[in-house]
Design a protein around this ligand. Structure first.
Ligand SMILES: Cc1c2[nH]c(c1CCC(=O)O)Cc1[nH]c(c(CCC(=O)O)c1C)Cc1[nH]c(c(CCC(=O)O)c1C)Cc1[nH]c(c(C)c1CCC(=O)O)C2
Length: 370
């Protein structure tokens, strides 16, 4: 699917900003912008199973468009409605989404001596076939978007996917995955490499289907120490950034901007600037002005980073956070290098009107001063 087969893009602000260009205002989008805080999400999803919805391109595209319609003119990107855990599913693992609890693997990976590990390592995973529904959803969404805003594709990062595959779901202790990295580092690295290769192919196929920018979510990066991040996350994030453009070239496709979000790994910002991505996502533990200093002269664009929790607060609190970001990212001094987002996904129970107020405040406070 060549991009010329889609309606022309009317708002390319995000793509220009992601490439480091000077722009008229900072582009805005929000992680998890299609989700449970929206009443129309519950209405469209009905009682259906989460992954069943992901596998239905028609409804996945409807959900993707909901925030674009509600916040028309205020936000600058859509992100395809799916989940990072479709990769373990493509690898043959069963993943269920348990209502109000989150993802659950009935049969997680136990240890490298377990037959399941050997099985997984030798299995030839066909991400083209297994995740065909994602590409279909992307293509359909691009058509329905009609060029209003660009569309993000995404993948989980190898380290974060490994966490889910061995823990079997969310965790506070990270007992299983820490056992893996500190007891079986070589087997862990072999599996991380295998996942990385699947991520590259998966992202390339998303681009082929119509994704115009991609994000790699390393949601559990912050569980690693600076040294273990260097061993178990960084090489694989780098692998993806280096190999995706090569794979796209092989497929006869243009490169797309790439975003990395190493959540919690504040120490990794410096390294993230040199991994080959265009944009680094920051969580709210970063001070914007400090982050700008770390980036220095490098052409890295920063995405973030309001505390998602501020959306439970007063409008005064929201305005204050926006003012701090505008100032900290030195928007009026630079007019580039910043994509507005929250520091993590928007959470349930946020009033959608408060998110709208956040967007309006960004627009108001980043207007070019006369
Ligand atoms: C870790 C992770 C997952 N999935 C994802 C991540 C990385 C981002 C992050 O760190 O938050 C990524 C993701 N998940 C979802 C999207 C859709 C696109 C968007 O951002 O709007 C994206 C980009 C939908 C979803 N993924 C999920 C929902 C909620 C499903 C529901 O109950 O209806 C949605 C809308 C479920 C999910 N999926 C996952 C968890 C831990 C959970 C349960 C906890 C939670 O709900 O926050 C795995």
């Amino acid at each position: 699917m060549a991009s010329s087969q889609f309606p022309p893009l009317k708002n390319d602000l995000l793509l220009r900003a992601a490439r480091g260009e000077t722009v008229e205002r900072p582009p805005i989008w929000v992680m998890r912008q299609a989700g449970r805080y929206l009443p129309e999400y519950h209405e469209a999803k009905g009682g259906r199973d989460f992954f069943e919805v992901c596998r239905d391109p028609e409804i996945a595209s409807t959900l993707t468009l909901q925030p674009i319609e509600r916040y028309a003119g205020l936000i600058d990107a859509a992100i395809i409605f799916s989940d990072i855990l479709v990769i373990p599913q493509a690898m043959g693992m069963t993943v269920e989404m348990v209502d109000k609890k989150g993802p659950h693997f009935p049969d997680p990976l136990r240890s490298p001596s377990d037959g399941q590990y050997a099985e997984l390592m030798k299995r030839d995973v066909d991400v083209a076939k297994e995740l065909d529904y994602v590409y279909k959803a992307i293509t359909l969404t691009r058509k329905k978007l009609d060029g209003r805003v660009p569309l993000f594709g995404f993948t989980g990062a190898p380290w974060t996917l490994l966490c889910y595959m061995v823990e079997g779901g969310g965790t506070k202790l990270f007992k299983e995955v820490k056992t893996w990295i500190y007891k079986y580092p070589e087997e862990t690295k072999a599996l991380l490499q295998k996942i990385s290769e699947l991520c590259v192919e998966y992202l390339a196929l998303q681009v082929k289907a119509g994704a115009q920018i991609v994000q790699v979510f390393d949601s559990w990066a912050g569980e690693l120490s600076p040294s273990s991040f260097k061993t178990f996350s960084q090489p694989y994030l780098t692998y993806i950034a280096q190999h995706l453009p090569l794979r796209l070239k092989e497929m006869g496709l243009e490169p797309v901007p790439m975003v990395v979000f190493p959540k919690g790994a504040w120490y990794a910002l410096d390294a993230a600037c040199d991994m080959g991505y265009n944009v680094v996502g920051l969580d709210w533990l970063h001070d914007p002005a400090e982050a700008v200093k770390v980036v220095g002269d490098r052409p890295m664009v920063i995405q973030g980073n309001a505390d998602p929790g501020v959306l439970y607060g007063s409008h005064e609190a929201i305005t204050k956070v926006v003012e701090e970001m505008v100032e900290g990212f030195d928007w009026h001094g630079r007019h580039k290098g910043w994509i507005v987002n929250l520091g993590h996904g928007i959470t349930p129970f946020v009033n959608p009107d408060d998110l709208k107020f956040f967007f309006e405040e960004i627009h108001r406070l980043t207007k070019t001063k006369a």
